[in-house]
Design a protein around this ligand. Structure first.
Ligand SMILES: *Cc1c(COP(=O)(O)O)cnc(C)c1O
Length: 361
């Protein structure tokens, strides 16, 4: 393609990210279970905080995010100086790929990892090295086997999306120990709150010179539309990334909402309890319908059907009832559907619809 003004090399090779669908033509009662959003909506404390700052929108926001970093540090027992905040964790992931990799450098990611990674890798001009997983689980040996002199970064989704599985702590420790310290390990821990007993990799980010943990307000806090995420890592790494962070990347509204959200620890507890109960119910019901489902440590499950045609038939049946789930062929699962865990009534609708679909087949 010839363009009037040629962009930088590689830019036109970037494919646009495909998000989960949110609409069905002609329907207003759509149940969207395609993007792992919180069925309870935004955390109310954030909505309240936003109302209080709208009158300040003529003021520029804080550039150092000190109040939000302090709140995150207090709630999660982390050093606020080692936290960096971004426009979603997506932006933090962009900081790290842009700051530490470029043309000629390799970034390792895994077969079923987050589909944004190839986009970010190309944005940095680096080369992606995709390694296989084993039985829908991250394979530490495959990652270590792919390391070369050109490797700069390893991007790990843990728990995984769309697999929902988590690398056991002992395996994560083995990866951290075996990876040369010249290679930066990113633990993308967007679903930490839903994984019992997991710290998101915070202990490694706190003690190792080469580990970054990324976290988000998009999932359990129900603030995906507001775009706030953060990273935790060694001081030197945070200082590097801060140099390529725009000074006003987060708005007054984002900062106020996130600070109120993170302090609402009761909300997180309630959402985890709801998710635990409905995830177990959904997993059990799918199993009874003869579908394969790995135990999930997230707010979604990956249902595996006999083949792509059967998965499509089930997705069509759900869509006919106004329910949107996520096809995951692009993540290497043509036979799979990723279904966000809803509240009790929503989960009931999914189970009932799939039950009828199965009975009619
Ligand atoms: C949802 C999700 C995120 C969060 O992205 P934001 O930019 O914070 O909304 C990050 N990583 C994975 C794997 C996710 O599924």
């Amino acid at each position: 393609m010839t363009l009037p003004i040629p962009p930088q090399p590689g830019i036109m090779d970037i494919e646009l990210y495909q998000g989960g669908r949110s609409a069905i033509a002609g329907r207003t009662d759509v149940l969207k279970l395609s993007s792992n959003e919180n069925p309870l909506g935004p955390v109310p404390a954030a909505m309240q905080a936003v109302g209080q700052v709208v009158a300040d929108m003529h003021r520029y926001p804080s550039t150092d995010h000190a109040a939000l970093r302090t709140a995150i540090g207090e709630v999660w027992s982390l050093d606020p100086a080692r936290i960096i905040c971004g426009v979603g964790s997506d932006e933090v992931l962009q900081f790290v790929t842009q700051a530490f990799a470029g043309p000629g450098d390799e970034i390792i990611h895994t077969e079923h990892g987050f589909s944004l990674y190839p986009v970010l890798i190309k944005m940095a001009g680096a080369t992606g090295v995709c390694v296989p997983e084993a039985g829908r689980r991250v394979d530490v040996d495959a990652i270590l086997g792919a390391v070369t002199d050109a490797t700069r970064i390893v991007l790990l989704t843990n728990p995984g999306n769309p697999t929902g599985t988590r690398l056991p702590d002992a395996d994560l420790a083995r990866l951290v120990d075996a990876l040369p310290e010249r290679i930066l390990l990113v633990i993308d821990a967007a679903y930490t709150e839903y994984a019992a007993g997991y710290d998101g990799g915070a202990s490694f980010a706190a003690t190792r010179p080469n580990v970054l943990m990324t976290r988000t307000f998009s999932k359990i806090y129900g603030l995906g539309g507001l775009r706030i995420g953060w990273g935790y890592g060694p001081q030197w790494m945070i200082d590097v990334m801060t140099r390529i962070r725009q000074p006003f990347n987060l708005s007054t509204v984002q900062l106020a909402a996130a600070e109120a959200a993170v302090r609402d620890t009761a909300w997180v507890r309630d959402c985890v309890a709801l998710n635990d109960a409905q995830r177990a119910r959904l997993t059990g019901a799918l199993g009874q319908l003869g579908l394969a489902v790995d135990p999930s440590e997230t707010n979604f499950v990956l249902a595996r059907f006999a083949d792509a045609a059967e998965a499509k038939s089930a997705a069509d049946a759900l869509e006919a009832e106004g329910i949107l789930v996520r096809g995951v062929a692009g993540y290497g699962f043509p036979e799979g559907l990723r279904i966000t865990v809803g509240d009790a009534a929503q989960t009931g609708r999914v189970i009932e619809t799939l039950g009828k679909w199965r009975a009619a087949a």
